[in-house]
Write a protein that binds this ligand. Structure first.
Ligand code: UD1
Length: 377
């Protein structure tokens, strides 16, 4: 940790409370890093004030207050590649969100602004940097998102999780920190028994955890639906996170052995209960799964920019730390690959120990050390 900045009253410095704005959202992959950073800042500066800024109608407007922080929403969305009404509204939304963001920044007057990617962080960080407020970007992926690329020139520091990010960002601003992971996942409190009780699972049966990323994954849900009999044949019980969009369709499969969720608020419990995991390969999920250290079969989303989930997963597969099945190969390959992993305890131990070697559990602290360097002295 860097030298802690003292903020106490004196003649020249009337009692000053630190203020931080965090902005990121759209998906859990941008929201949870921001929450992890805020939590670490709050533990170092208990009196500090925090404000989150997100996009109206998106996931952050629900998840951030649940984590105990205030959030304001901007009227903003992404630009789609097609000509749609939503797209034609984009310039209007952008202007409106820039004006609102400017007002928020002026009123809250933060000492540092932190952007973790997603629509809302664009206007917010743009207006903050115009007011010469230091901005920190946190890029989770090996392929930089468009918002962060646009903001990079004005950012003070850019915290990344992968090597080679100088292809997107000015090299002198890059610090490799890893991705922030919530503290309850870095130091889980519950053990497997507590987690089994939490989910109402049978401690004698092995558990498969299925994760579709923060929004859920249609193709993974279809796969799981078609393989319920196959899993039953192995005596497995399931924790199946199918996503808010798909919950109505899949909740009918809920039973003693199959626990179906739209979203898991207690990922710590889910990870503790699991013996084997099938997951999307979003950057946050990958960082968390490294810390968890259990056997993982990745099914990357093929629908993301530059196929970055496949790259995320490949970097682990190359180190014999996980296995991957591409969506297009699920039909011929999934059962074979799953059976190979599930039936070999040695293979599971090897995968679990190799993936754990890649964990960067101090990423959040490292990022906050960087933020501290920008605080007024
Ligand atoms: C479809 C899409 O655009 N995916 C992107 C999105 O993924 P996505 O939003 O799925 O994000 P990640 O995999 O990075 O992280 C998911 C986060 O949500 C949490 N979680 C998930 C499910 C659940 O039930 N409960 C829960 O708490 C996880 O613990 C994790 O903290 O952002 C990532 C990080 O920028 C990208 O790498 C992904 O490609």
């Amino acid at each position: 940790m860097g030298a802690k900045v003292e903020f106490a009253a004196n003649d020249h410095n009337p009692r000053q409370v630190l203020r931080f704005i965090l902005s990121g959202g759209g998906t859990g992959g941008h929201i949870y890093p921001a929450i992890a950073i805020a939590n670490e800042l709050r533990s170092r500066y208990p009196e500090a004030e925090f404000l989150f800024v997100g996009a109206k109608g998106r996931m952050e407007m629900e998840k951030v207050p649940k984590a105990g922080y205030a959030i304001k929403g901007l009227w903003i969305s992404g630009l789609q590649r097609k000509l749609t009404l939503k797209n034609m509204m984009f310039p209007l939304k952008l202007i409106s969100s820039l004006i609102t963001a400017g007002k928020i920044v002026t009123k809250f007057n933060p000492h540092v602004v932190i952007g973790t990617g997603g629509f809302a962080s664009g206007p917010l960080l743009k207006m903050a940097s115009r007011r010469s407020i230091p901005c920190v970007l946190q890029e989770q992926n090996s392929f930089a998102g468009i918002t962060n690329k646009l903001l990079a020139q004005k950012a003070a520091t850019i915290c990344v999780a992968y090597d080679g990010m100088e292809q997107f960002f000015p090299i002198d601003k890059i610090v490799k920190t890893g991705n922030p992971v919530r503290a309850d996942l870095v130091r889980p409190t519950g053990n497997k028994d507590a987690a089994n009780d939490f989910f109402g699972l049978d401690a004698q049966k092995p558990t498969l955890l299925v994760l579709g990323g923060s929004l859920g994954a249609r193709r993974i849900n279809q796969l799981i639906e078609s393989k319920l009999g196959f899993f039953k044949g192995f005596g497995l019980q399931l924790i199946w996170q199918c996503g808010k969009l798909y919950f109505e369709e899949y909740k009918k499969y809920a039973s003693e052995n199959v626990k179906v969720f739209d979203f898991l608020d207690r990922m710590d419990m889910a990870f503790s209960a699991a013996d084997i995991i099938v997951s999307r390969a979003g950057a946050g999920s990958v960082s968390e799964l490294c810390i968890v250290g259990k056997p993982v079969i990745f099914i990357p989303s093929p629908n993301v920019a530059e196929d970055h989930q496949t790259k995320n997963a490949q970097s682990l597969v190359a180190k014999n730390a996980a296995v991957m099945v591409a969506e297009k190969a699920l039909d011929p390959e999934f059962e074979v690959i799953f059976s190979e992993v599930f039936q070999s305890k040695d293979r599971q131990r090897e995968m679990g120990s190799n993936i754990k070697k890649l964990a960067l559990p101090n990423a959040t602290k490292h990022i906050v050390d960087e933020i501290e360097k920008l605080l007024p002295r």
